[in-house]
Design a protein around this ligand. Structure first.
Ligand code: AMP
Ligand code: ZN
Length: 468
């Protein structure tokens, strides 16, 4: 597959080729485990899952690493508020995070390194930067000197030239007006967790966590680094600076970043108080996969506005997909070899179309349209009584194949609705009335079924009963 990805380093769609044949190193910035992740975060994780699944379906082995930030400004602040040791506090949210990704059918990463488990690698990286004079020791920590790293700004386009001499920023998160030297290491403060280091006891800054852990598992150069666009600056810019200054090698070959999940034109975020968790969605009786389908309905590089009405639409669409797949599972129409050959041709054509959509920078809305086209074709065959068991098997196999990327579990979850015995009896009596051309009685029985909440449809292979 000639997979094209939009690479933020070049701001162009480029054909993706891994550095090593057959294997892809993928690093994705994971959650800060100080609270439940919100569905904005999950938009990004679902996009990364689509990327991961696409790479695997194309035949590459993917070494996917996602970090868990379990020490930073926010985890320390909120663990103290909860009056709990940092580890106990962050463990709880790590557990919730794993529950949520499983509920969204996100394929687990190869490694989930935690920052606190990799402090020596961060200390080594910072020491290298000090030795090479890209870093310096200040009164409250060790800082990276961005004017020493000439390419600073190459990813996000911020201009290091606006830097005031000696201006520093120690906060883990800061905005575009703060193009300053940033903290690699923060010296011990009372009540904060700390680790020993040759340059003084303290704790790592957020950005250095990702560089150290990414290189620990994936080597000096990663094939792909993913996240959402809010990470371009400062997080990914700082990651590039630290890593490339230390190794002299390109840190990342492709930066791919998702646009945000929005609410009323604003980014969903904890600080704005406009966030929902997966639990909020489940409490309103949505399935977590309704949300997954909602996310796939937009291209990952377009902002996506969250509304409950849009989620309702996704729910209705998923219900339709599941019902349709359930219908295909029970196909037993008559058909000739010619019909089956024709079906194979249509399915093969749609497979190509699906692959082209996904290969074009992961165009999931287009891919979903192809899935609908495939299902529509199957239902049409069924309606004219030509969906043979073999044709149905081929259709279901292709739906499963598409689902290796989409992850909607359509074939696994589609169940033929259970029809109560008394309704089946009514349908049987109606069929007998029809055979006897007793149309009045047949209509009466149809109405009786309707009152009980079922419809009946006459197909060439017999009556089909469905819940209304
Ligand atoms: P955080 O826990 O804030 O570090 O965010 C975890 C991941 O979610 C990062 O990749 C962020 O870029 C991403 N993210 C945060 N807010 C949103 C949002 N509203 N829409 C999409 N992705 C987001
Ligand atoms: Zn990161």
């Amino acid at each position: 597959m000639d997979l094209k990805l939009y690479n933020y380093l070049t701001r162009k769609k480029e054909s993706f080729k891994p550095l090593k044949r057959g294997s892809v190193g993928l690093y994705t910035c994971g959650p800060t485990i100080y609270n439940f992740a919100h569905i904005g975060n999950f938009r990004t994780y679902i996009f990364e899952d689509i990327l991961r699944r696409t790479l695997e379906r194309a035949g590459w082995r993917v070494r996917h690493v996602m970090n868990l930030t379990d020490v930073d400004d926010k985890t320390i602040r909120d663990a103290a508020k909860a009056d709990e040791p940092l580890e106990k506090f962050t463990d709880r949210y790590a557990h919730e995070f794993f529950r949520d990704i499983a509920a969204l059918n996100i394929v687990p990463a190869w490694k989930y390194p935690r920052a606190t488990g990799h402090i020596p690698a961060m200390v080594r990286l910072i020491q290298t930067l000090l030795n090479k004079e890209y870093a310096y020791v200040a009164d409250d920590g060790v800082y990276f000197s961005i004017k020493k790293f000439k390419p600073y700004g190459k990813l996000s386009g911020v201009r290091a030239r606006s830097l005031k001499a000696g201006a520093r920023v120690s906060a883990d998160e800061y905005d575009k007006d703060n193009v300053n030297d940033f903290a690699l290491w923060k010296f011990k403060k009372p009540g904060e967790p700390s680790w020993p280091a040759p340059f003084g006891e303290g704790r790592p800054g957020w950005h250095v966590e990702c560089s150290a852990m990414a290189m620990e598992y994936l080597g000096k150069t990663l094939d792909i680094h993913a996240g959402a666009v809010d990470l371009l600056f400062p997080h990914h810019e700082d990651e590039i600076a630290q890593s490339e200054a230390a190794t002299g090698k390109p840190f990342v070959r492709y930066f791919v970043e998702a646009e945000h999940l929005m609410v009323d034109g604003k980014k969903m975020s904890k600080s704005l108080g406009n966030m929902f968790t997966l639990r909020d969605i489940e409490m309103r009786e949505f399935h977590t996969l309704d949300f997954r389908l909602f996310v796939l309905g937009a291209h990952y590089r377009k902002p996506l506005n969250f509304t409950w009405a849009a989620l309702e639409a996704a729910r209705a669409s998923r219900k339709h997909l599941l019902e349709s797949v359930a219908t295909l599972k029970t196909c037993s129409g008559q058909g000739t070899i010619k019909d089956e050959t024709e079906a194979m041709k249509v399915i093969a054509r749609l497979e190509k179309k699906f692959n082209a959509a996904i290969a074009d920078d992961l165009n999931t809305p287009q891919a979903l349209a192809v899935l609908h086209e495939l299902i529509r074709y199957g239902l049409e065959l069924e309606a004219i009584g030509r969906c043979t068991e073999r044709a149905a098997m081929l259709l279901l196999a292709m739906i499963k194949n598409f689902d290796r990327v989409l992850g909607l579990q359509l074939v696994e979850l589609a169940r033929a609705p259970s029809i109560p015995a008394e309704i089946q009896k009514l349908a049987q009596e109606r069929e007998e009335a029809r055979q006897a051309k007793n149309w009045q009685e047949a209509d009466r029985l149809r109405d009786a079924m309707k009152t009980a909440g079922f419809s009946v449809e006459d197909t060439p292979t017999g009556p089909r009963i469905r819940p209304l």
